[in-house]
Structures are given as C-alpha cells and as structure tokens.
Design a binder for this molecule. Structure first.
Ligand code: SAM
Length: 282
C-alpha cells in the first residue's frame, strides 16, 4: 500500500541544522541561534553542532559556550576553556551528508557530485528517486533545483530522509519533494519524467517501469555497490528501450603536500559503488 509522507507536521519539531534555500546565508552574515556550525580541531576532527543560547559544546579539551559563537563571523578560531583551538565554519552540503543522522547507508559526496552531472540534474527536472534512504542524494538533487518524487519501502527511512532534507534545505523545499512509502519494483505511477535515479538492491527490476515513466531522451541512473548488480542492470537496460549505456566508478585520491613531502595520501576511500546510466529511446 502506498502512503505519502512529508506533511509539515512530520518536520515541525525538527532541529534546524542549517539555513536552507528559503533563508540562504548572505555573505558575511553573523552566526545565528538555530543554525548548524562545524567545529574543527587541530587534528581535523569535525563536530557538527546546532547553535542555541545557553548551550555548551563539550570535548576532551573543555567546553565552548554557544553564546560565544552566536553573533560572530564564521572563519574565526575559538579556544575551549581548558585548551585546544577550534576553527568555526558553516558546514557545506558535503559536511552534512557525512555528519547527518543516518537510517540507511548514504551515497558519499565523491559520487554525489558526479551523479549530478551524469543524471544532468537541472532546475525543474522531474525526477523519480528510489529508495530515498537517509536523503543524501535527495538533498543533493533538490539543491540543484530538481522536483523529486521519492519511493521508499521503509516508513522509518522515509521519515529520516524528510527530516534530514528539511533540516538542510528548510521546509519550503517540500513544495518540490514528496516521498511515498511503496515498493518501486511494483511500478511507477509518474509519467513524462526527465530522470529516474536509483539506489536500491535490484535496479534491473525497475527498468521496465522506468521505460514507461521516462520521456524519450530521459536519463536513468543506478548506483550499485557491486559490479554484479551493475551487470544485471545493464542487461535490463539492453532489453528495455535504452541506449548509450555506460558504467563507471569514481576514484578520488587526495595528496599530502607539506614542504618537500609531496605525494598521494596513504589512505583513500578505494571503493564505494558503480554508476550506470543510459538514455530512454523513443
Ligand atoms: C542505500 S539506501 C539509499 C540511500 C540514499 N541514496 C541516500 O543517499 O541517502 C537504499 C534504500 O532503498 C530502499 N529500498 C530497497 N528496496 C526498495 C524497493 N523495492 N522500493 C523502494 N525502496 C527500496 C531501502 O529501504 C533503503 O532505504
């Protein structure tokens, strides 16, 4: 049975992590109570807090009063009462994705950025996303201007996604984000979609439905943790009215640059998943 989640009552009591699109931060606007702030210590450990009058942030270096941050500019360095400096910055979308509460495993920023290009997300794009999980992909596409209907099997994940998305982008975003609790393998009701973006275990079960739901030229993308899933999805695409299929992975290697020591970092996220995309033929 299908159920639509996302009325304002679901999100009214939520913490506001950030200023969203309805209150986009102005240049050099002072930090305000109610918004999310990232504290970064000398070891580059990152703590996401929501500023509130009278509250304190505690760590092994002591505490910092939120009131000592409210009204100040981001980019400052503050000292905890015992020792240790913290850099104070507003979080980026990528920071939120890595720090926000999770139900399901999220797609990581290294894949979210390329996914926006591969799916060619544009303002007003009509997107079917499934499953929505924790909402990381949703908030990324919403911030790029997409209009999303999400299908999600689990009510608790749908609710978590809505909370995370509205915490980051504000409740105003619900005018273009609706989540339905339902099984995508059973079908897609929407038609003339611009994009179908999938992050669920068996995306090949969705290709026949996507073929009906997408407009000619529309794009389907599936994120799959294993190459076996990608291969099965490709088989589904090949019999289902799609062309221009491509599968890729995104490798992201950071470098250590310090004096004469200039080399790739020893550690990297070697594998997350594969991105497979194709176009709907007429
Ligand atoms: C890995 S999570 C998605 C994470 C999401 N992309 C994000 O970035 O936060 C996979 C989601 O697919 C949902 N799911 C699995 N099978 C499904 C189905 N047949 N129909 C709808 N949702 C499904 C799961 O409940 C889960 O929430």
């Amino acid at each position: 049975m299908e159920r639509t989640i996302g009325e304002n009552s679901e999100t009214a009591d939520m913490d506001r992590l950030s200023t969203g699109e309805d209150t986009m931060p102005a240049v050099a606007r002072p930090l305000m109570a109610g918004e999310g702030v990232l504290l970064i210590d000398v070891k580059q450990r990152r703590y996401l807090i929501t500023l509130a009058h009278g509250q304190e942030f505690h760590s092994h270096t002591g505490f910092i009063r939120h009131d000592d941050l409210i009204g100040r500019s981001e980019g400052i360095t503050v000292r905890a009462n015992r020792s240790g400096n913290f850099l104070v910055l507003r979080p980026t979308l990528s920071d939120y994705v890595l720090k926000m509460p999770r139900g399901a495993q999220v797609i990581y920023p290294k894949d979210l950025g390329p996914l926006l290009m591969i799916a060619d997300i544009f303002p007003g794009a009509r997107v079917l996303e499934s499953g929505v999980g924790s909402g990381a992909l949703s908030m990324t596409m919403l911030r790029a201007g997409a209009d999303i209907v999400g299908y999600e099997l689990r009510a608790d994940f749908a609710s978590r996604a809505l909370k995370n998305v509205t915490a980051v982008l504000g409740a105003g975003v619900l005018s273009r984000y609706r989540v339905e609790e339902r099984d995508t393998y059973d079908g897609i009701d929407e038609i003339d979609l611009d994009r179908v973006v999938l992050d669920l275990p068996e995306p090949w079960q969705v290709t026949p439905h996507a073929a009906h739901a997408l407009r000619p030229g529309g794009i389907i993308v599936a994120y799959t943790p294993t190459i076996i899933q990608a291969v099965q999805f490709r088989e589904g695409l090949s019999v289902g009215g799609f062309a221009q299929a491509e599968t890729l992975e995104v490798l992201n290697r950071t470098w250590h640059i310090e004096g004469q020591s200039v080399r790739p970092d020893h550690r990297m996220v070697a594998h997350t998943g594969f991105l497979t995309h194709a176009r709907r033929m007429a």
